[in-house]
Write a protein that binds this ligand. Structure first.
Ligand code: ZN
Length: 483
């Protein structure tokens, strides 16, 4: 969700949202947050990139030339996929037993406001408790370290549920330090990410982004992500539109921003024509700026002509049915974009609306919504949906040469999903089982850039109890400050 702000009575609404949130969360009350302090211990070291062989898994390589390989092996060394096939020889490599496992590339998210995760399900049922007032009220009082604790919760959830790449669309960059703390949460977790420099909650319309801060990050980027797993991107607000007159310089500022982002070679994300019923013209107004380096988010208001415009530009579309349906933006247009030849990918968006942030649920929702719209059982296949959640997401972020499929030479971002469990058995069609039956707890193993970050269903480098406890302290401290 973008930066639309509904200021009506948000502080009053917060009290209600807070009480409702507490009442529905008995497990949180028993968590170790009673000290009221957050952990400041140094993070655990990330595991080394070793050499391993996944042996006899059911491979969904998502590589068109390799296809699916039953009883397949994947050989990984120092973060690189060396070989994919059957009966591979890899003397000395640690063997990961792939029997009763679907092995596939990790999921690629393409738009996630990760800092909002500590406000999970806080968007309520009344206008004053809605997503925009709640995130704005909390966002406005967040200190830099609060960003870290919110985003760390999201990063842990991503890894737990098999998302290996995120596009963290950070729309609460209040200061340079807010940015740094948000980025730190990603690099410490070992996730692959595009970190998109965004706006902040409560920003006055038309204000120029702190481009000096963007430049500073860009210049010193190797200090933030020495191994290059996290890359710098830009979340652009677009040119001013709408009935109200734009503030002076708003157009000029918007142009300066996109010019700076392109000069620095940053991937650009943008919320555009988000909600069904938005008057047409938004896409047309942005036509001069659209390009292959862009991920356009939502676009539920796009008309057939506007869809053609996007197709011609080479931009990708990110659908987030979990939030779009929940907030009442309307039905996804993913199918229409897909039919027009646009690269369509998927995204979490935001935990206050999406709830749990895993791709199994999001892809299933997308497939079901597209089939419902088409009045057809066959509109969006599970294989196509899985492509959207893997290789097409990587393409949208400009990293499909590195990840998104199990292809020799690519980096090793892969997941292993256990199939011989009560909610997954019988194993039938693997793509259908993943999209229709799997859930995060079925993800046995998660590897990012050759590092095993989840194994045997447990995170290896992050402490979930501590992360949840710290997020609770963050929420409670900010709630007190608001009351
Ligand atoms: Zn969004």
């Amino acid at each position: 969700m973008g930066s639309k702000i509904n200021r009506r009575g948000f502080v009053k609404g917060l009290a209600g949202a807070g009480v409702a949130g507490m009442a529905g969360a008995p497990a949180l009350a028993q968590s170790p947050s009673t000290t009221g302090r957050r952990s400041t211990a140094a993070p655990r070291r990330l595991p080394a990139r070793g050499e391993f062989l996944v042996r006899k898994g059911h491979l969904l390589t998502m590589d068109e030339s390799l296809g699916d390989i039953p009883d397949g092996d994947v050989h990984v060394r120092n973060g690189e996929i060396l070989a994919v096939g059957t009966n591979l020889r890899a003397p000395g490599a640690t063997v990961l037993d792939g029997r009763n496992m679907i092995v596939m590339p990790g999921f690629v998210d393409t738009h996630w406001h990760m800092w909002t995760t500590y406000l999970r399900c806080m968007a309520g049922d009344k206008a004053e408790d809605g997503y925009f007032p709640v995130t704005t009220a909390y966002g406005q009082i967040m200190q830099p370290e609060d960003m870290y604790y919110g985003t760390r919760l999201a990063a842990a959830e991503a890894i737990y549920s098999g998302i290996t790449t995120v596009n963290d669309d950070c729309h609460n960059v209040r200061t340079h330090e807010h940015a740094e703390q948000d980025i730190r949460a990603l690099t410490e977790a070992g996730l692959r990410a595009n970190w998109s420099y965004g706006s902040y909650r409560g920003v006055p319309a038309g204000e120029l982004r702190n481009l000096a801060s963007v430049e500073r990050l860009h210049q010193n980027w190797t200090n933030y992500s020495p191994d290059g797993l996290v890359r710098l991107g830009y979340s652009w607000g677009g040119v001013p539109l709408g009935a109200a007159p734009a503030p002076p310089l708003a157009l000029e500022n918007a142009k300066k921003e996109i010019e700076a982002a392109r000069r620095l070679g940053l991937r650009i994300s943008m919320h555009l024509a988000s909600r069904e019923g938005t008057p047409p013209g938004q896409v047309q107004a942005h036509a001069p700026y659209l390009g292959k380096d862009m991920v356009l988010i939502h676009m539920l208001a796009a008309t057939p002509d506007e869809i053609k415009l996007v197709a011609a530009s080479g931009a990708s579309i990110s659908a987030s049915p979990g939030s779009e349906l929940r907030i009442g933006y309307g039905l996804t247009k993913a199918g229409e974009f897909m039919d027009a030849g646009v690269n369509v990918c998927v995204s979490v968006d935001t935990a206050p609306l999406t709830g749990n942030c895993h791709m199994f649920g999001i892809l299933k929702l997308l497939r079901n919504a597209e089939n419902a719209k088409a009045l057809s059982e066959f509109k969006l296949s599970t294989r196509r949906a899985l492509r959207m959640g893997t290789i097409d997401g990587a393409r949208a972020l400009g990293i499909d040469d590195k990840v998104g499929s199990l292809t020799p030479g690519k980096r090793a971002d892969l997941i292993m999903i256990q199939t011989n469990v009560i909610t997954m058995g019988m194993f039938t069609d693997p793509t259908r089982v993943v999209v229709e039956a799997a859930e995060p707890s079925n993800v046995d193993t998660v590897v990012v850039d050759g590092r095993i970050l989840k194994r045997g269903g447990k995170l290896t480098a992050l402490d979930p109890e501590q992360i949840v406890a710290d997020a609770i302290v963050t929420r409670d401290t900010l709630r007190k400050r608001l009351s």
